[in-house]
Design a binder for this molecule. Structure first.
Ligand code: SF4
Length: 278
C-alpha cells in the first residue's frame, strides 16, 4: 500500500508552489491551508511570499498590512499568529525556521499537526502527519469505516505512526494528496483507486458512518459578522459603529464581533471609531 501510494503520488501530484519552496514558504502555506482550500490560498500565498520572502520581512510589517494581505482567506487570527511567529523566528532563531517538533511547537499558532507538517514538508523528516484527508483515507482503508473520529486518539497516533515507511515525508504528502483527490469525503473515486482491492471499507460494502460531522453554517453567523467588519475596515480604513451597523443590522451581533475582534488584536478603537490594528 505504501509503495503504491508513493508511486501514485509521483505520477499524479498537483504542481503546487509550496512543494518546491523555502521552509518559510512551507510554513506560510501550512498556516493558510489550515481552514482554507488550495484554490483560494494559491494567489494569496504567491503575493505573500513576494511581499515578505523571509520571516524578518514579515516581522517588520505593520499588523494592519498583514491583516489586509490575508485577504479573504478567513479566520484572520491565523494572520496575526503567523506575524507573531515571524517575529519570534527573526529574533530568536536567526531568521531560520526551527527544525524540530519541540521548537516548532513553542512558536505562536503552531500545534501538533502544523509542526509535524513543517518537519515533513520543509525538512523531509518522517513525522506523523494526520490531517483530515489522511485520517479519512486510513479510516476507510484500514478500519473499514467511512469517516474518522473528531480528533485522533493516542491509539490512532500509535498505529498510524507504525505505518510510516522509510520515505516518511513522501508518505505524508502522498496520503494527503490521495485523500484530497481520490479518497474524497464525498464520492470517492474508487473506480480509479490503485488500492481498491484491499480497502476494508469497500470490502465491507461502504457502510455509512455513524459519526455526523457538524456542517459549518456561515450566513448570519457571528463569524460572518466578524468577516464583514474586517473586510469593511480593510477597504475604508476607519469606520464608526453606526457606519458598521449599516453593513450589519443586528447590533447585538455587531457589538459581539467588535468585542472579540478587539480581544483578538485584529482591530483597534479610539472609542468612537474602529480600524485594523497596527
Ligand atoms: S477504494 Fe475508495 S474508499 Fe477505499 S481507499 Fe480507494 S478511494 Fe478510498
Amino acid at each position: 500500500m505504501q509503495q503504491t501510494l508513493i508511486d501514485w503520488f509521483d505520477q499524479n501530484k498537483r504542481d503546487l508552489p509550496w512543494r518546491n519552496t523555502t521552509p518559510w514558504g512551507v510554513m506560510v502555506s501550512e498556516f493558510m491551508l489550515q481552514q482554507t482550500p488550495v484554490k483560494r490560498v494559491l494567489p494569496v500565498w504567491e503575493q505573500w511570499l513576494t511581499q515578505w520572502p523571509t520571516p524578518a520581512d514579515l516581522a517588520a510589517a505593520k499588523r494592519s498590512d498583514v491583516i489586509t494581505a490575508w485577504g479573504r482567506l478567513g479566520y484572520p487570527r491565523r494572520a496575526i499568529r503567523l506575524h507573531e511567529c515571524a517575529k519570534v523566528i527573526s529574533e530568536q532563531f536567526n531568521n531560520e525556521i526551527p527544525r524540530t517538533l519541540e521548537e516548532l511547537r513553542g512558536l505562536p499558532g503552531i500545534g501538533e499537526y502544523t509542526s509535524a507538517a513543517i518537519c515533513a514538508f520543509a525538512f523531509n523528516q518522517p513525522t506523523l502527519v494526520l490531517d483530515v484527508n489522511i485520517r479519512r483515507l486510513f479510516a476507510r482503508y484500514y478500519d473499514g469505516v467511512e469517516t474518522s473520529s473528531t480528533s485522533p486518539s493516542q491509539y490512532e497516533r500509535k498505529i498510524r505512526y507504525e505505518l510510516i515507511p522509510d520515505q516518511g515525508a513522501q508518505w505524508a504528502a502522498a496520503t494527503m494528496e490521495f485523500g484530497a483527490l481520490i479518497c474524497t469525503a464525498r464520492n470517492p473515486a474508487c473506480d480509479s483507486c490503485p488500492i481498491a482491492q484491499s480497502c476494508a471499507w469497500r470490502d465491507a460494502g461502504y457502510p455509512a458512518s455513524e459519526i455526523v460531522k457538524k456542517s459549518q453554517a456561515w450566513a448570519g453567523t457571528d463569524r460572518q459578522c466578524r468577516g464583514v467588519v474586517v473586510q469593511a475596515l480593510r477597504e475604508k480604513k476607519t469606520l464608526t459603529r453606526s457606519k458598521l451597523l449599516v453593513l450589519w443590522h443586528n447590533d447585538e451581533q455587531l457589538d459581539k464581533a467588535l468585542k472579540t475582534l478587539l480581544a483578538d488584536g485584529l482591530i483597534e478603537t479610539t472609542g468612537k471609531s474602529y480600524k485594523l490594528a497596527d
